[in-house]
Design a protein around this ligand. Structure first.
Ligand code: ADP
Ligand code: MG
Length: 682
């Protein structure tokens, strides 16, 4: 019964889980103080003394119990405001007690409110040391398993454990170098330390161990892939690539783009399967890199596909790519949910016959009837919108898995990349195309709305276009749609026809309507686009120079940054106006300030992680890779890097973990695989 509750409430299944449910803090009961030594800097104290002057004071709600504790050096006031009569019955005048609690000063006198108090006896006389405090839950408490009871259980468990029960799982040379305690010691000390230094070393070791094994698994996956996986060999850079590069490339590549193309070329040429993450800020030019990679595939006789998260984006990729390469005889096709049946039938036949070089589409691409002749490269754009399962499905489109390139929408923090995508090799475009002007971002509240509208009018008068973006959160979709419609009416009132024309795009529209509205905005038929975040991804209208984001405080930082990336694509100065109500909470204000302060997506991503924690970062929620029990990838950044460095060294020196100094790693991995490292709590 209790075991069931432990499982349900705290995820504690085994003795190991219990050991890993570490205290969230310790109380210093390591030494007894003299009352006279208490001063305003004192936090908590443990004192022995004799109780006197027990008395009830005040009436009704303000009733309280007071008493004085005396030792040879002075007097300490004790007070209770709750459970007064119950406490009173248990206390005896003249008896000696052990008292512990947080010290406050009242009228210059040291005082403890609601102290822990026990009769002094042979048993209670010795200082218990640093007492661990555990979190529990209401349900567990109701079953008598409060934090204290968990502590007792843990203490019993630890008394029974012998060093052999917690065999070392880190190489001695690493422990030695980092001056960390053994695994057995660390588990003991993290619960029952003699002092805080001991605790800190213990927790550091356990966090390191956790990060080390997470990184080691990734390092082994990568190493296995580099050594043993079979992949298609793209060893030719041929006509398609060269012809395109020499005649059709619309702009010179940035150095970062060149570097990444080279990394991909090397990676696909050596006969092992590529699994690569391409990170780059919004607007850094990931698409052209994708296209060049697909041309290399074509040069080597392979098909490729590019999967985008929305229909709009897929269409746009298709149009761009087709425009750039159709003259060279590269056959590009588009497959989405709204591709007509007849067209689809022909397309699927052509695909299987190998008549199509590049297939662009939405997740319709990974459905079963879609069979390639020889898929050599699969690219996923805006990876955060897809799950791991979809990546796997793409991989399974061929007997020998195709090379895989996943592209992010905006950068992800380094620690996040290491822990959520650590199985992938990583390329980074850390440079924007030349001539970009940073977007000017400001925060405005409702009072300034008319001013904002006037500003947008002036921009439109200069021939520019503007976006108005409204939030759309799944949980509150109905209200959000109502707000979008209200917003549309409001914008229309400010910008009446026939002087102004407005497009509206949202997820509930049929694909054709969406497309028409997008198209009208792209061609400049409409000057204003009112939309939900469906346009977040990828849309490219360089003439749009203003973006107004409504209820900006409801968006996450990365999302705001990505939205902002829709403007600032032309040579004109662009603006992003973050609109909120007149009252904004502190957290939101902080987010908005970051947006106003920087255009750097890498910085924004770091801040986002710091402010929201790993659990909330878009698209990583289901990844599981971030569910560390002890470590925290924000606070323990440095330790994560250290762990990654060590795992890299271990795997490089000993990819099969055959060396005797790594025997404990091999053993530990085997035990974990069999899941028999710990016995279950009955
Ligand atoms: P993202 O990385 O956000 O997907 P895109 O690939 O959509 O960025 O590129 C953004 C814009 O920058 C596009 O209009 C693209 O044509 C342009 N672009 C990309 N690379 C360069 C470059 N090297 N020089 C100039 N413009 C570029
Ligand atoms: Mg893109």
């Amino acid at each position: 019964m209790r075991a069931d509750l432990l499982k349900k409430e705290l995820d504690i299944y085994t003795y190991g889980d219990l050991l890993q449910h570490v205290p969230f803090r310790h109380l210093d009961k390591s030494k007894r103080s003299r009352i006279a030594d208490i001063n305003p800097q004192t936090d908590v104290v443990l004192v022995h003394g004799q109780l006197s002057n027990i008395q009830l004071v005040g009436k009704y709600a303000s009733k309280r119990l007071q008493a004085q504790l005396r030792d040879e050096s002075g007097v300490l006031e004790l007070a209770w405001f709750q459970g007064v009569s119950w406490v009173q019955k248990r206390l005896r005048e003249g008896e000696r007690y052990v008292v512990f609690g947080k010290v406050g000063f009242f009228m210059g006198q040291p005082q403890i409110v609601h102290p822990e108090i026990e009769v002094l006896s042979a048993e209670t006389a010795s200082a218990p040391g640093w007492e661990p405090i555990y979190s529990s839950t209401e349900k567990l408490k109701a079953k008598g398993l409060n934090g204290r009871a968990l502590g007792k259980l843990t203490s019993l468990l630890i008394q029974q454990l012998k060093p052999a029960d917690l065999p070392e799982n880190l190489p001695g040379y690493i422990l030695h170098k980092l001056v960390l305690p053994s695994r057995y010691e660390a588990y003991r000390h993290v619960h029952f330390p003699v002092n805080m230094h001991q605790y800190e070393l213990a927790i550091k070791r356990l966090k390191f161990e956790e990060l080390f094994y997470a990184q080691l698994r990734f390092a082994l996956i990568r190493s296995k892939r580099h050594h043993y996986s079979k992949g298609f060999i793209f060893d030719r850079v041929g006509n398609f690539f060269n012809q395109f590069y020499d005649h059709f490339l619309p702009f010179p590549l940035t150095n970062a783009q060149k570097r990444v193309v080279k990394e991909i070329r090397m990676d696909t040429a050596r006969g092992v399967q590529m699994n690569r993450l391409l990170q780059g800020d919004v607007g850094s030019g990931k698409t052209i890199v994708a296209l060049l990679s697909m041309l290399i595939a074509a040069d080597n006789g392979f098909q490729s596909c590019l999967m985008a998260p929305t229909e709009i984006l897929a269409q746009q990729h298709f149009a761009n790519i087709n425009r750039l390469v159709s003259e060279m005889g590269i056959v590009v096709r588009l497959l989405t949910g709204s591709t007509k049946k007849a067209e689809r039938t022909v397309l699927l036949e052509d695909l299987q016959a190998g008549k199509i070089h590049i297939l662009v589409g939405t997740h319709a691409l990974i459905e079963d009837p879609v069979q390639f002749h020889q898929l050599g490269l699969a690219i996923i754009d805006e990876q955060h919108r897809f799950g791991v399962a979809q990546r796997a499905k793409l991989k399974a489109k061929n007997d020998l898995p195709p090379h895989i390139l996943v592209m992010t929408a905006t950068p992800i923090p380094r620690t996040m990349a290491m822990t959520a995508y650590g199985d992938l090799d990583c390329s980074v475009i850390d440079e924007l195309p030349p001539g970009r002007k940073p977007v000017t971002t400001v925060h405005r509240t409702d009072i300034s709305r008319p001013g904002v509208m006037d500003f947008v009018k002036k921009e439109i008068a200069k021939g520019r276009q503007a976006y108005f973006i409204y939030p759309l959160i799944e949980e509150s979709a109905k209200v959000d749609y109502e707000n979008l419609m209200k917003g549309y009416d409001e914008v229309k009132a400010f910008f009446p026809e026939p002087r102004y024309y407005i497009s509206m795009v949202h997820g509930k529209q049929p694909a054709a309507t969406k497309e028409t509205n997008m198209q009208r905005f792209k061609t400049g038929d409409t000057q204003i686009m009112v939309a939900t975040t469906v346009i977040e991804v990828g849309v490219d209208v360089p003439n749009a120079s203003v973006m107004v984001i409504e209820s900006a405080d409801r968006f996450g930082l990365s999302q705001l940054h990505q939205l902002r990336g829709r403007v600032g694509r032309g040579s004109e100065q662009s603006f992003c106006i973050l609109l909120t109500g007149n009252q904004v909470g502190r957290d939101s204000r902080e987010r908005l300030q970051i947006m106003c302060a920087t255009n750097d997506g890498f910085l924004v991503a770091e801040k986002d992680l710091e402010l929201r924690g790993p659990g909330d970062i878009e698209g990583t929620r289901q990844s599981g890779a971030l569910n560390f029990k002890m470590a925290d990838i924000v606070q323990d950044k440095g330790l994560l890097s250290e762990a990654a460095e060590w795992t890299a060294k271990v795997v490089e020196a000993d990819p099969e973990l055959m060396k005797s100094e790594h025997a404990m790693i091999r053993d530990f991995l085997r035990k974990q695989k069999g899941n028999n490292e710990w016995s279950k709590i009955a």
